[in-house]
Design a protein around this ligand. Structure first.
Ligand code: SF4
Length: 729
């Protein structure tokens, strides 16, 4: 007989106190001849199985995490975790975790490692960094980064004198969207996006796979909205899970989304379906817009998109009639072609015409209060050479461009890059053209990777440093900027396993060896967090107990009737016509660009997500691997019939540059257009250290040898690769 939690609680209640209860339980268990166990602890923290950062509560028994649940007071989780969130235990106890620091003793990127102490590893890195600095300057050290660890390593690199860091999540993912919304509304849509799905009457998803991207609170709200009868319109060459909930599935020809957006704008203006008061009060450039979209008729769009003009008109009227409670989802991975910012601009303009920004069911306003930044130290960073990233891409923002760092490494222009730090990102799955990445790695004098798991990109480094998981460490606060402003705490729920260390500790210890200890004027990160909480007027001890605290009276999601709201654009208005774009030589209103279509016998490679995985980061997780061990290639039924391919048969994909994928099973389905092949991203790991995931499934990134750079923000469009099917496995 096992003692359940209920039994513990009963015993505790009878004994009349926790301390007494524990003794009673121990005695009772001993009397029953069982191993003594302690009462479970329930510790709130913040999930990092993906970037959504839900509030989680860990149930810990005898120093082991036995369950993870959603924190009911946290807006990102609302009491629930997704499958990956529950799978955090699988990450913690994965036997394949990095356990000690490693130094490569073989040829460059050979992955022949010896175990070393932290002291040896950090000493080795510091010594190499100093030599590189003396010869080439501090700016020759660059950082490619993602996740919570970024804070400490950006700080360390800047203290060292380098401005060169880049987040793949900007160039390859949300950069185009954020740039377009900043140009139009003066601010990005946030992360998580400030979208009011639960109150939407119409939800438009443009290549956005809600449900397959298990963005927790957004999926919950989507289900609620569908339950309340919202009309869903999905533009996607693939019948996605969300398309299964849609009234309108528009299987659009890939690379033509901007055509339908411009046609919708045209119809909404022509038929007077836009929000006239809102447009007059809040926007600039309506007349220029009306003039510019005249040529984009529904009949023209039909020829471009394969969607009948009647359906384009019907859906435009659905949008217009339900304004302003319409959500045109701004998407997340928006780097598709060379005109990503203009496509996202068209989305932003449509949102404005429908009066849906700052209105129920659309995009809500950011919180009305701010928490001022509190930095890891007050000390100024040294002067440095100009950063690499800004030059050619005037709207690139502050998050850097990974492809610019790769190029500078290969060409040594405008100055040499001689070392990379890679923290929290698997560069082999987060950047296009793996050949260039490998070439760049081979040129570098030093490559340091800091991560939890031995991913492909990590094991190409010269030095590998094992970070502990989010369940074993503190991190800087997460400021939640949704309907209200809030602070979310990550705190350890168990002690770090093996010789792993938190990212903040690694940066601080390396800083010490580089003579930068003044930039880390605290002993532990928790000491810094307590100070920060005090400055913000947040009760740290309450945060420790609850995991999340909302800042009172910070919420103002909607515009008031007739409010004279000032947008954060240069004009204070929503800029349908952008003077800023014009000033830099770009189209001030989006114009349609035609993109190359696959030749006969070839298919456009498209890719996306599965709800149980966060790309390559979870493919070895024992709990999640059981749910999905490998990806499959979606192929249209007619195509399969033509080439005699059976469902479940293994195939190989070959791209336009002759690059071959691993073997992958064919999923023969009506749910995809005949001109596309679809893969879930992140599989096909080449790291033999990931024993479950090694060579399972096909790596879409390997096939993405071509990419198209958006001249406005430098984002990297990756849906420009074509593949053929071969049965030669
Ligand atoms: S969406 Fe899932 S994986 Fe991501 S933070 Fe939330 S629970 Fe964790």
């Amino acid at each position: 007989m096992d003692l359940s939690r209920r039994d513990f609680l009963k015993i505790a209640a009878t004994a009349g106190g926790a301390a007494v209860a524990t003794n009673s339980v121990v005695k009772t268990v001993l009397a029953l001849g069982k191993r003594p166990v302690s009462l479970p602890q329930y510790i709130p923290t913040t999930c990092e199985m993906c970037f959504w950062r839900c509030g989680a509560i860990a149930k810990v028994v005898d120093g082991k995490v036995v369950k993870l649940d959603g924190n009911p007071i946290h807006p990102n989780s609302r009491g629930k975790l997704c499958a990956r969130g529950h799978g955090g235990i699988g990450l913690l106890y994965d036997q394949d975790r990095l356990k000690t620091p490693l130094i490569n003793t073989g040829a460059k990127a050979e992955g022949k490692f010896k175990k070393v102490s932290w002291d040896e590893a950090l000493g080795y890195i510091a010594d190499k960094m100093q030599k590189i600095k003396e010869k080439y300057g501090p700016e020759s050290i660059a950082l490619l980064t993602h996740g919570s660890i970024s804070t400490y390593f950006i700080h360390l690199l800047q203290a060292f004198g380098s401005p060169n860091f880049a987040f793949p999540s900007f160039a390859l993912c949300r950069g185009a969207r954020d740039t377009a919304f900043e140009i139009t509304f003066g601010e990005a849509v946030g992360n998580p996006e400030r979208i009011d799905i639960q109150n939407s009457k119409v939800i438009v998803l443009i290549g956005s796979h809600l449900g397959e991207n298990a963005h927790n609170s957004q999926c919950q709200e989507f289900a609620e909205a569908v339950g309340k009868g919202a009309t869903v319109i999905v533009l996607d060459p693939r019948f996605s899970t969300a398309a299964g909930k849609a009234k309108y599935w528009l299987p659009i020809k890939p690379a033509t989304d901007l055509a339908i957006l411009l046609a919708w704008i045209n119809i909404i203006i022509n038929e007077g379906l836009y929000d006239k008061d809102y447009v007059a009060r809040y926007t600039l450039g309506f007349n220029e817009l009306a003039q510019a979209v005249k040529e984009y008729t529904p009949q023209w769009a039909e020829k471009e998109t394969d969607i009948p003009a009647t359906l384009i008109i019907e859906t435009a009227r659905v949008l217009g009639k339900n304004k302003p409670n319409v959500l045109i989802h701004p998407g997340r991975h928006t780097a598709w072609y060379s005109d990503n910012v203009q496509r996202q601009r068209a989305i932003a303009i449509l949102v404005a015409l429908l009066g849906a920004y700052g209105r129920p069911g659309g995009i809500y306003l950011s919180p009305k209060k701010k928490l001022e930044p509190v930095f890891l130290s007050e000390k100024d960073y040294p002067e440095h050479k100009p950063e690499l990233n800004k030059g050619n891409y005037p709207f690139a923002g502050d998050e850097g461009l990974t492809h610019v760092i790769v190029k500078a490494t290969l060409t040594e222009q405008p100055y040499p890059i001689k070392a990379w730090f890679i923290t929290g990102t698997n560069i082999m799955k987060a950047m296009p053209n793996q050949k260039d990445t490998i070439k760049a790695l081979e040129k570098l004098d030093l490559v340091v990777a800091v991560d939890i798991m031995p991913y492909d990109g990590v094991m190409l480094a010269d030095v590998v440093l094992p970070e502990c998981t989010y369940l074993e460490r503190h991190d800087d606060f997460f400021v939640v900027k949704e309907r209200a402003l809030g602070v979310s705490l990550r705190q350890p729920v168990v002690q770090p396993m093996y010789e792993t260390k938190p990212g903040w500790w690694i940066a601080k210890e390396l800083g010490k060896r580089l003579g930068l200890e003044d930039y880390f004027p605290w002993n532990t990160l928790e000491e810094f967090l307590k100070t920060k909480a005090q400055i913000w007027g947040v009760d740290y001890s309450e945060l420790v107990k609850k995991g999340y605290i909302e800042i009172p009276e910070s919420s103002k999601p909607y515009l008031l009737p007739d409010e004279n709201y000032k947008f954060k654009t240069p004009s204070g208005k929503i800029e349908l016509y952008s003077q800023e774009l014009k000033r830099h030589g770009f189209d001030p209103i989006p114009k349609y660009t035609k993109h190359e279509q696959p030749p006969e016998g070839w298919f456009r490679l498209i890719y996306g997500r599965a709800p149980v995985h966060t790309f390559s980061r979870t493919i070895n997780n024992p709990s999640l691997w059981e749910l999905m061990e490998e990806n499959v290639a979606w192929i249209n039924t007619k195509v399969a019939k033509k080439i005699g391919l059976n469902h479940g048969e293994y195939i190989v994909l070959v791209n336009q540059d002759g690059i071959k994928s691993n073997k992958v099973k064919a999923k023969v389905t009506e749910r995809i257009r005949p001109d596309c092949i679809y893969l879930v991203h992140g599989f096909g790991s080449t790291s033999r250290f990931l024993r479950r995931a090694y060579l399972r499934g096909a790596d879409d990134q390997q096939l993405i040898t071509r990419y198209a750079v958006d001249p406005i923000a430098g984002t990297v469009g990756m849906r420009v690769n074509f593949v053929k099917i071969t049965k030669e496995v």
